[in-house]
Design a binder for this molecule. Structure first.
Ligand SMILES: O=C(O)c1cc(C(=O)O)c2c(n1)C(=O)C(=O)c1cc(C(=O)O)[nH]c1-2
Length: 246
């Protein structure tokens, strides 16, 4: 029989999952941050990652549509405008497009997602569906990878600015903004999960939700690695970097 964990023990288990499985451990991220990729490979990463960015507000809207707790909705709502922006105000998706445009990609092509890898599209849609279908506490727990995001964003800002002459500070604004947004969001989600997962079954569910989400992130980097690094197996229809970019 599984025993019930105290809120502190549950937090420790959640953090252990991040320490073992978060995508900062993936070889593709090490290549990206360490300056080991060429411009075409960085373009491929950025245009695939656009799919994730554009799915995040949809998954947050899916969560809100099923939520009967007004206070939770009140707290969750800003996540949508953080990404989509408000009228006259820039959001995360526009900041992401500043990065892809700065890398020389056509905005309409990026937004069309036509060049994205099949695995990227399946993975991000699996995240939206997970949030649509699972319990509220599992849906909230699936966002908890964000507990581990600030460290990777710091590494990305410094690593990419240092190593790539085609990256400058103006296109890294997306990550700078996330340095304050992610801890606030993750802190709230962690408290919610600690308070609401109070049976062994619910606790097993939230731990699995976080494992699921680390897989959503990991598999996207596996696909980038195989298509654009080694062995260079680009699926039909996916983005092909221009010759001069390496
Ligand atoms: O660059 C990254 O490695 C990274 C990871 C994650 C994450 O851990 O899910 C998010 C983000 N960035 C991010 O920028 C973001 O807005 C975001 C929202 C969410 C979420 O699950 O609601 N994760 C993430």
């Amino acid at each position: 029989m599984t025993k019930i964990l105290s809120p502190e023990e549950l937090e420790a288990e959640l953090r252990a999952i991040g320490a073992e499985r978060y995508h900062d451990k993936h070889p593709f991220h090490k290549l990206l941050h360490g300056g080991k990729l060429n411009k075409g490979q960085v373009q491929a990463w950025a245009l695939n990652r656009y799919c994730y960015q554009s799915a995040v507000p949809r998954k947050d809207a899916a969560l809100m549509s099923r939520c009967y707790d007004r206070e939770l909705r009140q707290e969750w709502a800003h996540r949508i405008t953080d990404h989509d922006g408000a009228p006259g105000e820039e959001g995360g998706i526009e900041r992401w497009l500043a990065l892809t445009t700065g890398l020389g990609l056509d905005e309409d092509y990026v937004k069309s997602m036509k060049g994205a890898l099949p695995a990227t599209r399946f993975a991000v849609e699996a995240y939206v569906n997970f949030v649509r279908e699972k319990s509220m506490v599992e849906a909230v727990a699936s966002s908890l990878t964000e507990l581990f995001a600030p460290k990777i964003h710091e590494e990305r800002i410094s690593g990419m600015l240092e190593h790539y002459d085609f990256i400058d500070d103006s296109v890294m604004q997306y990550f700078r903004r996330r340095l304050t947004q992610a801890p606030r969001d993750a802190g709230f989600a962690l408290e919610y999960v600690k308070q609401h997962a109070r049976t062994p079954e619910a606790q097993a569910g939230v731990l699995d939700a976080l494992r699921f989400k680390t897989n959503v992130l990991w598999v996207q980097l596996d696909a980038l690695y195989l298509a654009y690094y080694d062995p260079g197996m680009i699926p039909p229809g996916a983005f092909v970097p221009a010759e001069q970019d390496g």
